[in-house]
Design a protein around this ligand. Structure first.
Ligand code: B12
Length: 203
């Protein structure tokens, strides 16, 4: 039903992505399925094209804009399964993976507060304080910035909110071992598994 959505994201056509999303939702396609079958694969393909120099930063950005437009529509159609505050840690500007995780969570019914990129530990703490049971989701793509994740956990402890919030982490250089080392509650190396982790943390 929504190859049109996949193609619109791949070529970065925001209007077509919106049209295709609306059409699919009107036809009763499951919102989560739209994300797993079309949005995520399209962004994965964009990532591959970027890596082999078929796409450059402008193509990457318009694809992301189309993806975000689609996800904004998909996200409005579900009931809240929990609250997630997500961001890429301080010093790091990579957001494609973070946006995919946010999209998947939103598409699967979570309320997602996206703090963007280059987010300081204090910003995560402030956002976590606003509601008990919040999942703080951290993304890092650089070996130099993954260490900030530990600082975020320390800041949560210092602010006295660590026991009221859960922390899950991810990004290319992150491993389960690193997650255990810094005391994170969950880790996944992809956006669909991130949803299961989040469900487990809420449960
Ligand atoms: C695209 C890209 C960029 C773009 C980013 C655009 C954007 N808006 O994101 C631009 C051109 C800006 C860029 C800049 C830089 N980049 Co860059 N970049 C990449 C590249 C090619 C792809 C990353 C990507 O988007 N992958 C696709 C997504 C879908 O995958 P992902 O991010 O891993 O996310 C998935 C999982 O990890 C997981 N996940 C991610 N986050 C989270 C969070 C949670 C909570 C969970 C549960 C899961 C999860 O789920 C996601 C979906 O499945 C990688 C190479 C690579 N193969 O990783 C280099 C790479 C990450 N970049 C690198 C570098 C060095 C840089 C620069 C320093 C380059 C420079 N000298 O200027 C700058 C740093 C800028 C900064 N301060 O952040 C290195 C990092 C090396 C290292 N080990 O530290 C890499 C690995 C390239 C390389 N081989 O050298 N980059």
């Amino acid at each position: 039903m929504s190859e049109a959505l996949y193609n619109a994201i791949l070529v970065g056509d925001k209007n077509k992505a919106e049209e295709a999303t609306k059409a699919a939702l009107a036809a009763g396609v499951d919102p989560a399925e739209l994300v797993t079958k079309f949005v995520t694969p399209a962004m994965e393909e964009v990532g591959k094209k970027f890596e082999c120099n078929e796409y450059f930063v402008p193509e990457l950005l318009i694809a992301q804009r189309a993806m975000k437009a689609a996800v904004a529509l998909i996200g409005n159609s579900g009931e809240s399964a929990g609250r997630v505050v997500i961001g890429t840690v301080h010093g790091d500007l990579h957001d494609i993976g973070k946006n995919l995780v946010a999209a998947m969570l939103q598409g699967c019914g979570f309320e997602v507060v996206d703090l963007g990129v280059d987010v300081s530990p204090e910003q995560f703490v402030e956002a976590a304080k606003q509601q008990d049971g919040t999942i703080v989701a951290l993304s890092a793509l650089l070996t130099t910035t993954m260490t900030v994740m530990k600082k975020v956990i320390e800041a949560l402890v210092e602010a006295g909110v660590r026991d009221k919030a859960k922390v899950m982490i991810g990004g290319a250089p992150i491993t389960q071992q690193y997650a255990d080392e810094i005391g994170a509650d969950g880790y996944s190396d992809n956006a669909s598994a991130a949803v299961n982790i989040a469900r487990g943390l809420v449960g």
